[in-house]
Design a protein around this ligand. Structure first.
Ligand code: 15L
Length: 264
């Protein structure tokens, strides 16, 4: 497959681009910054929120799919979150329709449902939107836009609500939310290749013993995680926020430190 990866220079992007290329896919990187040294695949330095720049990339490249990883990974202003997650998704979707690119895999986040209480049982793909931050609000809106384009234009779109994509989990919460690098690549490849998903949601975590998110929606799409954060449990030191972070799915993002006006 010939795959455009937005946010190709980011922490997810570097792992996913290298992994997809190693598995025989043709990768086209897109990022605000130049290609990391040693990059062997095609690269476009452009802002994904700039619809003209995105359209120019699609005019130049023949593509089979898009993996949309670009976006600020943390809480900033509502306006910036909407640009970073919703406007970028819109620019890609418009270009996909114009150039008949049939599939998009989206790096959504657990923070789209981050204010769901942890004690409300295993979180399924049917959980209602319940963002914990403006970051989460923007992820919900981007997911809604993907669904609209799936319904209107027949685009296959898989929203991956990612947990904590790290080499190793760093906190107690991470023992539940960790997504290993290897499983991250497995998740993206499954979402790219599963036959005719329409619009689908999966939870992007490894096969963690302490997981509280449902892995079945992912398994139905061919995502079979193999790693388990439990192997790191002995190394995790207790932290001062463990108890507060254990209340709501979004952990640190759901703490009062992020409560601020929407239009500051
Ligand atoms: C995310 O979606 C964020 O991008 C990342 O910074 C972490 O907060 C992660 O979720 C998490 O929940 O651990």
């Amino acid at each position: 497959m010939r795959i455009l990866v937005s946010g190709a220079a980011g922490s997810l992007g570097r792992v996913i681009t290298v992994g997809l290329a190693a598995h025989g896919h043709e990768v086209v990187g897109l990022d605000l910054v130049p290609a990391p040294e040693g990059t062997t695949f095609s690269w476009h330095e452009a802002d994904c929120a700039d619809a003209d720049a995105v359209a120019a990339v699609f005019a130049e490249e023949r593509l089979d799919a898009v993996v949309h990883l670009a976006g600020v990974p943390e809480e900033v202003s509502l306006r910036d979150e909407l640009t970073s997650h919703v406007i970028t998704t819109a620019a890609l979707l418009d270009a996909m329709v114009a150039h008949r690119v049939p599939r998009i895999v989206y790096a959504s986040s657990n923070h789209a449902v981050g204010r769901t209480p942890r004690d409300s049982g295993v979180l399924t793909e049917h959980a209602l939107p319940r963002p914990d931050t403006y970051y989460g609000v923007a992820k919900v809106a981007a997911e809604a836009l993907l669904r609209l384009f799936a319904d209107r234009h027949g685009i296959d779109a898989v929203s991956c609500r990612i947990g904590s994509f790290l080499e190793e989990p760093a906190t107690l919460r991470g023992l539940s939310t960790w997504l290993s690098h290897g499983d991250g690549l497995r998740m993206v490849e499954a979402a790219l290749t599963t036959p005719a998903p329409g619009y689908a949601v999966l939870y992007g975590i490894s096969a963690n013993t302490r997981a509280w998110w449902d892995l079945e929606p992912g398994r139905r799409l061919g995502y079979d995680p193999v790693d388990d954060a439990e192997q790191f449990a002995d190394r995790i030191e207790p932290g001062p926020d463990d108890e507060a972070e254990a209340q709501l799915v979004g952990g640190p993002f759901a703490l009062p430190q992020f409560h601020r006006p929407a239009l500051d």
